[in-house]
Design a protein around this ligand. Sequence first.
Ligand SMILES: C[S@@+](CC[C@H](N)C(=O)[O-])C[C@H]1O[C@@H](n2cnc3c(N)ncnc32)[C@H](O)[C@@H]1O
Length: 334
Amino acid sequence: MDTSLWLLHSLRLDWPVDWTAVFGRSAPLLLEIGFGGADFLVDLTVSRPEANVIGVELSLPSLKKGAKKLQAGDLRNGRVVQGAGQLVLWALCLPDSLDEVYINFPDPWPKERHHGRRLISDTFLHLLATRLKAGGRLDIATDHADYAAWIVRHLERSPYFVSRLPTTYVNEDPERITTKYEQKGFDEGRAGHYFKWRRTETPAPNLFPIPKELPMPHVVLQSPLSLEEISRRFTPQSDRSENARIELLEMFQSTRDGKLLVEAYVREEPLAQRVGLTIRRREPGDMVVGLHEVGFPRPTPGIQLAIAHLARWVVGLDPASAIVRSNVGVEIGD
Ligand SMILES: C[S@@+](CC[C@H](N)C(=O)[O-])C[C@H]1O[C@@H](n2cnc3c(N)ncnc32)[C@H](O)[C@@H]1O
């Protein structure tokens, strides 16, 4: 069953996405974060044929299920996107582009030491506020009483949202279908808390610019050392800039052509990438440090930092080494 029309991967899409091109039409944009079994998502897609509906999920089985359900109904106004809601909002959606956002039964993370993992936070609400249009809807549901109190606190102190109801939330919402997770809560005696809020007119400073993509990074350097010698001297290392943190974890050598592959972890909000950096010989004495294409890496400023760090480290191993050419901000003669 080919569901490729319906299933998209956040790391393979343009930042931001041209949703009009994806759906083949311009229409109000609705987003559900963490759609799970996709019952609500499918219902929304069917009941709102005039809208373009995007479901976001981390879980691959949920994504496959969602894509199959959309395909089975030939619901061409719906798509599912693999990725974290935060990444999809930040990198894929332009400011003031969303009309409605739905979050149904986000993971409650009940233990206090895990509260930092909860989706709803001041930062997340600010991010949402930059992407939702003024007057746009924000609907959140939870059956976890402590998370409900947490959501109340966060929504009430945000200048960017106001309840559409006379109360902060209601315990029943006959307008909506019951999701699988919701039904499980009812069966176990938990009450629903339904927040129906609206984006206010208060402008939200865009602290979350669409991440930049840069040209494929490379550094050409001269070193008298052999690749084997460089590999022997490698030790795990890390570096950071204002916006990125990198770790060079391990170095491997190809048995085919001797090139070196460095496993690197690059963290820069809103994404984390595990990538391969390469060091290969070009001509006698010359080496190129670059980015391996395995895993569809995105050439961000954090990746540039990783390549610059690796190149500087190689050059620092021997006084007769030097950077010859670079497009990643490492100066020649560093
Ligand atoms: C408790 S389940 C609820 C599923 C569904 N909304 C329902 O009501 O049945 C939470 C879902 O959110 C997804 N999820 C958790 N964190 C997420 C994130 N940052 N972005 C997108 N989805 C997320 C999980 O994979 C899971 O499917």
